[in-house]
Every structure is written in structure tokens, then in C-alpha cells.
Design a protein around this ligand. Structure first.
Ligand SMILES: [Zn+2]
Length: 242
């Protein structure tokens, strides 16, 4: 999935090695923030990063400036670069947007998915099943998290709307640390896997309305699930998310 480091985008290639180093660092840090290596509120030290990436502080500073422009980190007067924490209100907005957008992906996928894509979705559902059983045994949610992300990406791709698929994947990355918490909630993985089963069936039956509704509900955090999820966000990120 993460092949982004291998070739810098054209804009970075045009602007010389310094810019290209900054771009590579930006992408690496973005992956790490999204992957939860740096929690919201964590500080990013210029000197430490320069050492780790084997570069001077200039491209590191440039990478931090780019991350700040995209809202992923905040540059503070005395503290330096800090991973941005989303407010609860913002989180609710983003999750709401995400669930509605994934619902649309499901609706379009039910109408447009090809036989090959449907076979791949069935296969990935099996992979999720294996990961769900492993998670039940080991209490490790990460492999299900990865399998689940691929499952959702396949549905978005099958919508055959590239714009929508890109927007959803960006939002998904932004919410990644918080989505991991969702899956750590007791019993959620088994529940999630069961919901996938119904989603695959609706898409296979070309039932666009049902696929949309099931995906929207699957992704959203609402009812008792919402209260539980918010409690775990607050437990992990404390005041940052209050
Ligand atoms: Zn899912």
C-alpha cells in the first residue's frame, strides 16, 4: 500500500535535491503520524529528525512547514512543531463526513463493481476473517486494522469515481489514529467483521441503497458506540481531544 516514498512527486523532482529531501521527509512523517507513531500533541524535534533522516535541518524545517500547511502539525512559538490534536467537534464532523462519503462509495460500487473486483472483495473479506479470529486469540487489533483498510479501499476503488476514492483515502489517513481506537473497543472487531459480511452481500446483489446504508452505519460512530469511543479517545489523548 505505502509505495509513496519510492518516487518523489514531479513537483519535488523539479525543484532540486533539497526540495526532494524535504518532500521525502514530509511523506515519511505523514505516514508516521497517521500510523500513530506520533500521537496528537507529540513534539517533533528538528535536530532529532535531521539526525534520523541523515540530512541538515533545512529540509526538515521545510517538511515541517509543509505538514503545518496541511494542518497535520502546528508550529508553536516556544514548543516548536507539535502534532495537531483534533477537537472533539472536529472529530465528529470528520467521522460524519467520512461515513457519508463511504456510503456513497458503497452505493456506486453496488452498481459498478466488476466481476474481478467483486472476487477481490470476497477474497479480502476472507483475509479480514482470518485477522478477526487472530485478534480474538491475541488481543492484537493491528492486523485486522490493516485488512479492514484494504477491504474499504477496494470498495472505494469499485465506485469507479477516482475523485471520491482519493478524498475518502485522505480522510481515512487523517482519522487513522482515532480509527484504530475504534477497533480496540471490546467486541468491535467481531461486530465489524459481521457488518462486512452484510456489505459484501449487498454489493454482490447490486443493492445500491442497502450497500450505502450499511456502509454509512458501519463507518459512523453513533449511539452507545459513540460514547464508548469518545471515552477511549479521551483516555489516550486526554485534554488534547476534549
Ligand atoms: Zn470495515
Amino acid at each position: 500500500m505505502h509505495t509513496r516514498m519510492k518516487s518523489p512527486p514531479p513537483s519535488a523532482q523539479r525543484n532540486g535535491p533539497q526540495q526532494s529531501a524535504a518532500e521525502g521527509i514530509r511523506q515519511a512523517l505523514e505516514d508516521e503520524i497517521a500510523g500513530g507513531r506520533f500521537a496528537p500533541g507529540a513534539r517533533l524535534e528538528e535536530v532529532e529528525l535531521a539526525g534520523r533522516f541523515g540530512v541538515s535541518r533545512t529540509p526538515v524545517r521545510e517538511a515541517l512547514r509543509m505538514l503545518s500547511a496541511s494542518g497535520l502539525i502546528e508550529l508553536k512559538q516556544r514548543k516548536g512543531a507539535v502534532v495537531a490534536a483534533l477537537s472533539t467537534d472536529r472529530l465528529i464532523e470528520l467521522f460524519e463526513a467520512m461515513s457519508e462519503m463511504e456510503g456513497v462509495c458503497g452505493r456506486l460500487a453496488a452498481r459498478r463493481i466488476s466481476d474481478v473486483e467483486l472476487a477481490a472483495l470476497h477474497d479480502q473479506h476472507q483475509v479480514c476473517g482470518i485477522a478477526a479470529r487472530a485478534a480474538a486469540d491475541s488481543n492484537d487489533a493491528d492486523s485486522y486494522y490493516e485488512a479492514n483498510a484494504v477491504f474499504h479501499a477496494l470498495i472505494c476503488k469499485a465506485s469507479h469515481n477516482g475523485y471520491l476514492a482519493t478524498e475518502v483515502s485522505q480522510l481515512r489517513r487523517r482519522l487513522q489514529p482515532y480509527r484504530r481506537l475504534q477497533l480496540r473497543m471490546k467486541g468491535r472487531i467481531a461486530e465489524s467483521y459481521g457488518e462486512h459480511q452484510a456489505i459484501v452481500a449487498a454489493i454482490a446483489a447490486s443493492d445500491a441503497d442497502r450497500a450505502a446504508e450499511l456502509l454509512r452505519e458501519h463507518v459512523s460512530v453513533q449511539g452507545h458506540r459513540f460514547a464508548d469511543w469518545l471515552a477511549s479517545v479521551n483516555a489516550v489523548y486526554g485534554a488534547a481531544a476534549a
